[in-house]
Design a binder for this molecule. Structure first.
Ligand code: HEM
Length: 508
């Protein structure tokens, strides 16, 4: 017995010594990276513990709660001071560079550097309990295999079949226009990706899935600003951490329910006397996930499927809702462009009895697309992403980013960099006219990111948005409610903190 106790205590001491060694080496490497970045990159003076977090307006919980344009102002000021990138530290152990210039974006996005899911202070790590290693957070061989298996779900032949769903969900939206913008995209995603009838647009804004996802996103973001909460063993013991985990469990339950219902349906079909023919298999995202097999005939495990379902539920609806919301805001604040978009829609729809948008119409909304692109430049739905330099040091503009550094790819700052975008605060859709994009750097405009880790759902999102926008703007003229102040918050997704209130005037 005494022997066992001494073996156990020896084991414990060895494990503790190992943990201390790992920590010391990690701290040493972060100090080295910090030294290199301070030498090579300009930036604001940093604090040894907070880094630059204390200079961030959202570090104030009250501002964070209320939403503010101060954060947007901060990034634009940094753009003006440091248009070719700057160092920015999220606390003591998240040492990195903020990319706001196409050359830095290109250097990083062309490579295969992973998302920083193991870095102590990275926002991506805070999302792991929710999204697991689904496509968004996976790296290396797992990502490569799953991306290949899933890409099939976004083939044109499959996207084409979703037109009826987009139109039907827009019918409900048009009838309830006052309160369900955001839920329309969730409704569409649940139907297209999982053939799941949630009725969420009918049940209204209080849909618990949306509430839980918002709470998870906010909790992950708040955590970024408090380095004391970065370690899981502390965060998960706080009240905020417990609520976070409860919400994650709830969201997982929804995903499990969606998967279980589909598996049950498939099983029912298999027990029918007729064998299941491939044409009977649902061609939606979930059907494709369940049927996917790699060269060795191996499918995805239950956990992998759940992670992908969670990733798509999140990536697929909130981003599109943000883009639609800000596009409507841009239309309301730029009535001359709204009128041009409406003239184009009227021309496409002339003489039609049905309000439905057809697949063949999607290529005809040229001005609408210019405006949508410009809206996603001014209000990028995903304002910030990150990578960790893992493969080799990166040199840009003769400045070094060493292995182990974080790169904050600040899409908001890139899209407002005055060196790249003259009059960056003005809504000028013609920037994207064919004669102008000829000369545009492909890494200057990145609402959907670029390179191998670009957005897999971008065509799905753009088709959906064209249908919704064309139908809404055909039916209504849109103005802002002058009594409502719009404030914004850059969280995982660019949000209007307290909604955008629009006045809708029927056009016919
Ligand atoms: C306007 C709408 C959308 C925008 C602006 C957007 C933007 C982005 C961005 C910037 C990324 C890169 C994220 C990173 O590097 O961390 C991304 C990745 C991703 N998006 Fe989207 N997205 C949109 C809609 C969608 C939709 C509708 C889906 C699915 C139906 C989707 C699924 C994904 C997935 C799975 C990834 C990870 C891809 C990978 O790493 O291989 N997105 N998206």
């Amino acid at each position: 017995m005494a022997e066992l106790a001494s073996i156990l205590s020896l084991g414990l001491v060895a494990a503790l010594s190992y943990a201390v060694c790992v920590l010391v080496r990690y701290v040493q490497s972060q100090c080295r990276i910090r030294g290199i970045l301070i030498k090579h990159w300009p930036g604001l003076p940093d604090h040894w513990f907070y880094g630059n977090l204390h200079q961030h307006p959202m570090n104030n919980p009250k501002v964070r709660e209320a939403g503010s344009k101060e954060e947007l102002k901060l990034w634009r000021e940094m753009d003006a001071k440091f248009p070719r990138g700057f160092r920015w530290f999220h606390g003591p152990l998240a040492i990195g560079v903020t990319a706001n210039h196409p050359d830095i974006m290109r250097a990083v996005m062309r490579g295969r550097d992973p998302k920083p899911t193991t870095a102590l202070s990275s926002g991506y790590r805070f999302l792991l309990p929710w999204l697991g290693y689904g496509l968004l957070l996976a790296s290396g061989d797992t990502w490569f295999r799953n991306r290949r298996l899933i890409t099939h779900a976004f083939h044109f032949d499959i996207l084409k079949t979703y037109m009826t769903i987009y139109n039907k969900a827009t019918d409900i939206l048009l009838n309830k226009m006052s309160d369900s913008k955001c839920l329309c995209t969730l409704d569409i995603l649940l139907k297209c990706a999982f053939s799941y009838e949630s009725g969420c647009q009918i049940s209204g804004d209080s849909h618990p899935y949306v509430t839980a996802v918002n709470a998870i996103a906010l909790a992950s973001r708040d955590r970024v600003f408090n380095p004391l909460l970065h370690p899981d063993f502390i965060f998960h013991r706080t009240a905020a951490g417990k609520t976070f985990l409860k919400n994650v469990d709830f969201v997982h339950e929804i995903a499990d329910k969606v998967i279980k219902e589909r598996r049950d349906k498939l099983r029912e079909k298999e027990t029918d006397s007729e064998p299941v023919k491939s044409k009977d298999q649902p061609r939606d995202f979930l059907g494709i996930l369940l049927a996917a097999r790699d060269e060795d005939g191996k499918g995805l495990t239950d956990l992998e499927i759940r992670n992908e379902v969670d990733t798509f539920l999140f990536e697929g609806h909130d981003t599109t809702a943000s883009s639609l919301t800000w596009m409507l805001y841009a239309m309301a604040t730029n009535p001359e462009h709204q009128r041009k978009v409406q003239e184009e829609i009227d021309e496409v729809m002339e003489g039609r009895e049905s309000e439905e948008i057809q697949w063949e119409d999607l290529g005809k909304f040229n001005y609408l697309i210019l405006c949508l692109k410009e809206a996603m430049r001014l209000y990028p739905p995903v304002p910030m992403i990150q990578r960790i330099v893992a493969e080799k040091d990166i040199m840009v503009h003769d400045r070094l980013i060493p292995k182990g550094a974080l790169i904050n790819m600040n899409i908001y700052a890139l899209h407002h960099n005055p060196e790249i975008w003259p009059n960056c605060m003005e809504f000028i859709p013609d920037r994207f006219a064919p004669e102008n994009i000829k000369n545009m750097d492909p890494f200057a405009y990145l609402p959907f990111s670029a390179g191998p880790r670009n957005c897999i759902g971008q065509n799905f999102a753009l088709n959906e948005e064209k249908v919704i926008l064309a139908r809404v703007l055909r039916r209504f003229h849109i103005e802002l409610d002058p009594d409502h102040k719009v404030t914004a918050r850059l969280q995982l997704v660019y949000k209007a903190t307290n909604d955008i209130k629009l006045k809708l005037k029927p056009r016919f």
